[in-house]
Ligand binder design. Structure first.
Ligand SMILES: Nc1ncnc2c1ncn2[C@@H]1O[C@H](COP(=O)(O)OP(=O)(O)OP(=O)(O)O)[C@@H](O)[C@H]1O
Length: 250
């Protein structure tokens, strides 16, 4: 499919004889929000780790933006614009919110960990950092220490530090996990907002979030694709109901 920014074919991962992911084909369409869902143990995290190159497939191929990345390093694909949030963009609690984003911007420029040497260079990043904080609704917290942010705002900061790496494809690993209902709503809106000019692939347990955000949903079960399509279609699929509820009548 020519409009897919990320394409997996025959993705398979075996752990010591146990097949966690089997023959998964996936097309993430450019500009879409694509969600990976499925019951516990379905293989979502394994697929996510395969796609982001944290683990290597036993078989199959992954193509990002026309380039075969099946054996590429995660840092290399991040430089090409495929950025995984929450792992790569950990928050520095002892730095201010603004400095967290400035450090991420600097890292993107390949100047990581030298930020203390040049106050001038940091100043040059301030405008861009403030724009990113504005985008995620954190401008008024610029001087707050990372550690002092409320949980939902920490996620917003993580998204800002991910955006600092200028992603074309953003991969979010359970972005609303462990959040209060209020924060879930806020982060859902934030994801919708940052998706306006980017592609998003997310693993998400919260089906309400998925129903509100995703253009396409891939349902995994026992390592294989069970169903795929928009929420209205997959949520009515008897096989999906069976996998989630244990009965097609639920
Ligand atoms: N490193 C590993 N070694 C052995 N088995 C593994 C490993 N990683 C995952 N598995 C197994 O592969 C299967 C899929 O796991 P995975 O974590 O991908 O599922 P998941 O859909 O993300 O589940 P959850 O929703 O519970 O996080 C599970 O049976 C799990 O026990």
């Amino acid at each position: 499919m020519s409009d897919a920014i990320l394409q997996a074919r025959g993705l398979t991962k075996t752990f010591a004889g146990f097949t966690a992911v089997e023959n998964v084909d996936l097309d993430v369409v450019c500009g879409s929000i694509h969600a990976l869902i499925g019951p516990n143990g379905a293989g979502k995290t394994t697929v996510f780790n395969l796609l982001t190159r944290f683990i290597t497939p036993t078989a199959g191929s992954i193509v990002y933006d026309g380039t075969d990345i099946t054996r590429a390093k995660p840092t290399a694909i991040a430089r090409q614009g495929m950025v995984r949030s929450f792992q790569i963009s950990a928050i520095f609690g002892h730095l201010s919110v603004l400095d967290n984003v400035r450090v991420a911007l600097q890292r993107h420029q390949g100047k990581a960990y030298h930020f203390w040497r040049s106050e001038k260079m940091l100043d040059s990043l301030t405008d861009r950092a403030m724009a990113l904080l504005d985008e995620v609704g954190l401008a008024e917290f610029a001087d707050t220490l990372g550690v002092e942010l409320a949980y939902g705002r920490k996620r917003a900061l993580e998204i800002a530090t991910t955006l600092a790496l200028d992603p074309r494809l953003m991969l979010l690993d359970e972005p609303t996990q462990g959040m209060s209902a209020e924060d879930v709503g806020k982060v859902t809106e934030l994801i919708r907002q940052v998706a306006a000019d980017r592609t998003i692939l997310m693993v998400e347990h919260n089906l309400q979030v998925v129903s509100r955000l995703a253009d396409t949903i891939t349902v995994l079960n026992r390592g294989e694709i069970l169903a795929e399509g928009p929420y209205e279609t997959v949520s009515r699929d008897p096989a999906v109901m069976e996998a989630y509820m244990g009965t097609a009548d639920a």
